[in-house]
Write a protein that binds this ligand. Structure first.
Ligand code: PMP
Length: 387
């Protein structure tokens, strides 16, 4: 069994599990209770908030815990739109559904105009086009992701924030795929809303966070108690929050080492694949590039198997776990909106490989060997059919 689907989710780190166990067992207090058991839980939540804030060079007051990145994106966009009466949004057709559907809902209700930035066939954003949109639409909210979850495209957040701020815009970035993998310094970056999800960096599922710049506010999405300073009512997921903070700490502790290891795996994979027997391999988006894409994601456009059948199914049968697009778009059966919008390589078997610090060069070698065997066998079958 080889797991190369780390953009969908990652394995829980044992150190993270250990940090969580007390809060799943004897430390079960409600952080809002005033007795000692409650206060122990409160301390754990606030300590976690400090950890997350210091790793991102932000203030603990700017960090709000949520159920994940979907909720955090919703809070950021809905919150900003409703708080500041924003009437124009700029985004890209390659964003995650949590962003597209949220903006789409406001647009459907007639409260928001949404403009889509121009992208090229590799998914690169046309910054000149973006600048023009901003020039003619003052105080827009701009929502562009740091790392694309399907094709791995990486954008320059610093350049983006400089541009958006020059035109007085509000900036939200879905950083779900980059938190824990790239250093993000919120003193240096002028960004209003940024999100993270613990299960993408070896933490537990169902917990995430939103960073809200101290000069910005949001109306809550979930009304209730005064938890998370009124931004998000509901008893805190204490064990999850502790796990998120520990997972982020572990990820940033070994960031350079992991970066080197995972980027080596990616380039080793590309090298073996492109020098192997499978002909006509292409890459989706910028995933072939070292500097324009994340070091952990590569999306490959394989030729269809002549003998039919899906490459993804064949890989799954051989216990190689990868994905066609995002796990979320599997549910809708409509295929990847990201690849559709790139309009290239749709007549192929597109496979996303996403690596983590747990993968090894031996695994990469095995995955490529299996791919080669699938194609060689398919060639053999196709040839014998011709005879
Ligand atoms: N944004 C991006 C870019 C993602 O990859 C994901 C996870 N597929 C999400 C948002 C949603 O995250 P969560 O699972 O925490 O809701």
């Amino acid at each position: 069994e080889i797991y190369c689907d780390n953009a969908a989710t990652t394995a829980l780190d044992p150190e993270v599990l250990n940090a969580m166990i007390p809060y799943l067992t004897n430390q079960y207090g409600n952080p809002s209770s005033s007795h000692a058991l409650g206060q122990k839980a409160r301390e754990a939540v606030e300590e976690s908030r400090h950890t997350v804030a210091s790793l991102l060079n932000a203030s603990p007051n700017d960090i709000f815990f949520t159920s994940g990145a979907t909720e955090a994106n919703n809070i950021a966009l809905s919150g900003a739109i409703r708080t500041y009466d924003v009437s124009h949004a700029v985004t890209s057709r390659l964003e995650h559904k949590a962003v597209l559907q949220t903006l789409g809902q406001y647009s459907q209700e007639g409260e928001l105009d949404v403009s889509f930035v121009k992208i090229d066939s590799k998914g690169n954003i046309d910054f000149e086009y973006l600048e023009n949109l901003l020039k003619f639409n003052a105080q827009s909210i701009v929502s562009l992701m740091h790392v694309n979850n399907e094709i791995g495209n990486l954008i320059d957040l610093k350049a983006l924030s400089a541009l958006v701020k020059y035109y007085d815009g509000i900036l939200h970035s879905d950083t779900t795929q980059s938190i824990g993998k790239y250093r993000i310094d919120l003193q240096e970056l002028d960004i209003d809303y940024l999100v993270g999800s613990s299960h993408k960096f070896h933490g537990p599922k169902g917990v995430g966070f939103i960073y809200i710049n101290k000069y910005k506010k949001v109306k809550p999405l979930i009304y209730g108690g005064a938890q998370e300073r009124g931004t998000r009512g509901g008893t805190e997921n204490v064990a999850g929050i502790v796990g998120l903070a520990k997972a982020l700490e572990v990820s940033y502790r070994d960031l350079e080492k992991n970066h080197n290891h995972i980027s080596y795996l990616k380039s080793f994979f590309i090298e073996l694949l492109t020098n192997g027997p499978i002909k006509n391999i292409r890459f989706n988006g910028e995933s072939f590039s070292e500097d324009k894409s994340s070091y952990s994601i590569v999306n490959v456009a394989f030729p269809h198997l002549k003998h039919g059948g899906s490459l993804l199914d064949k890989l799954a049968q051989l216990e190689i776990y990868v994905s066609g697009g995002s796990a979320c778009s599997n549910l809708t059966q409509s295929g990847s909106h990201v690849l559709k919008n790139l309009k290239v390589h749709l007549d192929r078997d597109n496979v996303r490989f996403s690596f983590s610090r747990h993968n090894t060069p031996q695994e990469i070698r095995h995955v490529v060997k299996v791919l080669n065997q699938i194609y060689q066998e398919d060639e053999g079958i196709a040839k014998s059919k011709l005879l």
